[in-house]
Design a protein around this ligand. Structure first.
Ligand SMILES: Nc1ncnc2c1ncn2[C@@H]1O[C@H](COP(=O)(O)OP(=O)(O)OP(=O)(O)O)[C@@H](O)[C@H]1O
Ligand SMILES: [Zn+2]
Length: 572
């Protein structure tokens, strides 16, 4: 029997004395009322129950930490919809004023109708339409560059335009097979910034949309535990009322505290929620083990230079830029130069692909900035074509994007490289790694703390002064901060690299720790003669008895300091 979108069968509604929540306005009501409520609720949703007052549709409307990607403003269209039912009634099927028959234009942004993307390739659609809020003026470059960052506009919506990551997404890989079978397990995407974690999550979600799953984004940085509970309640309702699964995308999942992660657990387990987490941090340290064991970890890699070149070329095409091959000159071939042409040197693109270190966001936004800067600098663009050169690209890449991820793996990799270079007494390498961290925005105190540790661990008694140097460095950095403290750290790093090294203390103390760890049975008591005897009772018990106070003896004193059973054990 045909059923209208808003009507639920009795079996979906469940028992009449059950309380359910309306998936549209989230009002709680008796299950028996939901059908009639939905009919009116879907017509028009009043704000706070005031009839007649329309609810505004905000772009990327936020409810606490829960981001409801609204199809009216999301280029992904219905994929991002939290309440597809509601949206269905609001967005009539069929084309509207966009140039492409399968695209719709709403709320100032144009996006492709589901139908086109789900056929496969989105390349026909994305470059033409999604670059500009006004698709009618595709030739106006600066308009194309307005609004959202280029990287966002270029976000692929199908696997066809998703570059690289062949190890996990190539033919016959587990993930691709699961994607094709539309059988998505809970996964954690682990990879460096801008390698396509969020993009992949969206592609997966879009795929799942075909089986009418719901896709919700939750930001681990802003969602509170009550947001999480609220979200789970909704997911349960969706499951109960519409038999609809919820795919939850949690960016930066490592930022969720253990309690928040725990809240998800049972719901991931029972299948109410399919979790897609993204993290730049090693999940084995940062994600709750119980949650980790219920998710597959997919490791994404930095994008290769070739993949980056393809991504950049796609952006160049969509912006309508022309590529100036190596050796080609603009001047002299004036017949080719049309009035408003903007050219980009092939060499400049290659440089960009190398410089962005596998981070597509940095690459695309670097391209955007350099194009914008060149346009702004050109006084008389009508006369001649504009050429974007390698140096423009280099300027476009901000210094802070020196390929250093302060919070992630890079942070640990670099500090480890610094430590090892100093240990190897390589001044140059030590300074280099220091520079990589500081110029990348590392906290100077983090480096200084490591120097303090190094002074003792690797230099130790070979030059006890090193510890003083390191502590002074820490304090100096604390007083003056960056950028002035950079040279202080450099001085100390040089000192450490050049200092003589000794690990005698470090390894002796390790032996002590091991000895204690491996001790079987109760630890031996402290010998009575070494105990202090502040009270009569203790004295009576023999505390301190027979202790030889060394200054009282002119000769070296023979006395045991180790417990009886440890006699003769040495660490140094
Ligand atoms: N594999 C890819 N193929 C094509 N474009 C990509 C790819 N990866 C990233 N991009 C582009 O880079 C942009 C940023 O990527 P995305 O948001 O997926 O990165 P991320 O890995 O989630 O990074 P972060 O950890 O910083 O959030 C996308 O909008 C898209 O334009
Ligand atoms: Zn309602």
């Amino acid at each position: 029997m045909a059923q209208s979108a808003g009507v639920l069968s009795t079996s979906q509604v469940g028992s009449f004395d059950n309380k359910v929540q309306c998936p549209v306005c989230r009002l709680e009501m008796a299950a028996g009322q939901i059908n009639s409520h939905l009919d009116s609720c879907l017509q028009e949703k009043p704000v706070g129950g005031v009839p007649g007052k329309k609810r505004r549709l905000n772009p990327n409307e936020k409810t606490g930490g829960i981001e409801v990607n609204h199809p009216a403003v999301n280029p992904l269209g219905p994929v991002g919809s939290t309440f597809p039912l509601f949206n269905k009634s609001r967005t009539p099927n069929g084309p509207s004023e966009c140039a492409s028959p399968s695209s719709r234009k709403q709320g100032g942004s144009v996006f492709c109708a589901e139908a086109l993307h789900s056929q496969g390739d989105d390349s026909t659609c994305l470059p033409q339409h999604s670059l500009s809020p006004d698709a009618k003026k595709p030739n106006n470059l600066s308009e194309k560059l307005d609004g959202k960052p280029l990287a966002d506009k270029m976000r692929p919506t199908t696997l066809n335009n998703y570059m690289g990551q062949n190890k996990v997404l190539g033919e016959n890989t587990m993930l691709r097979n699961l994607l094709q079978a539309n059988d998505i397990p809970s996964i954690i995407l682990w990879g460096p910034p801008g390698c396509g974690k969020t993009t992949l999550a969206h592609i997966i979600a879009k795929n799942a949309q075909k089986s009418s799953s719901r896709f919700v984004t939750l930001s681990a940085t802003s969602a509170s535990t009550s947001d999480v509970r609220e979200f789970i309640k909704q997911a349960q309702n969706e499951q109960r009322l519409f038999k609809r699964k919820t795919i939850l995308f949690v960016d930066e999942i490592h930022r969720f505290n253990k309690m928040q992660q725990d809240t998800f657990l049972p719901h991931v387990e029972c299948g109410t929620i399919t979790l897609i987490g993204a993290t730049t941090e090693n999940p084995s340290f940062q994600v709750n083990t119980a949650l980790l064991s219920r998710c597959r970890v997919i490791v994404l890699e930095k994008l290769s230079v070739e993949a980056m070149e393809t991504i950049l070329m796609r952006a160049v095409d969509s912006l309508g830029l022309k590529v100036l091959k190596d050796g080609e000159q603009l001047v002299g071939s004036s017949s080719d130069v049309s009035e408003t042409s903007v050219y980009v040197e092939e060499k400049a693109l290659t440089t960009l692909a190398h410089l962005c270190d596998g981070d597509a966001r940095t690459g695309l936004n670097g391209l955007q900035l350099s194009v914008q800067a060149s346009l702004a600098a050109e006084k008389d663009p009508i006369k001649q074509g504009i050429v974007i050169k390698e140096e423009h690209i280099k300027e476009g890449l901000q210094r802070s994007h020196i390929l250093y991820d302060r919070a992630g793996e890079e942070h640990y990799n670099c500090i480890s490289a610094l430590h090892k270079s100093m240990r190897g007494s390589d001044k140059n390498a030590s300074l280099y790694w220091l520079g990589r961290m500081l110029e990348g925005g590392e906290d100077p105190l983090y480096v200084a703390r490591r120097l303090v540790r190094f002074a003792s661990e690797d230099i130790g008694l070979a030059d006890p002064q090193a510890l003083t140097q390191a502590v002074s460095t820490y304090q100096a950095c604390h007083f003056i901060g960056m950028p002035e403290c950079d040279v202080i750290l450099a001085q100390c790093v040089m000192y450490m690299a050049c200092a003589p090294k000794s690990v005698t203390v470090y390894s002796a103390y390790n032996k002590v720790k091991n000895c204690l760890k491996n001790h079987k049975g109760p630890l031996p008591p402290v010998p009575l003669h070494l105990r202090n005897a502040p009270t009569k009772l203790m004295k009576g018990l023999g505390y301190g008895k027979g202790y030889k106070y060394n200054p009282n003896f002119s000769e070296p004193v023979e006395q045991d300091y180790m417990p009886e059973e440890m006699k003769g054990v040495t660490f140094v």
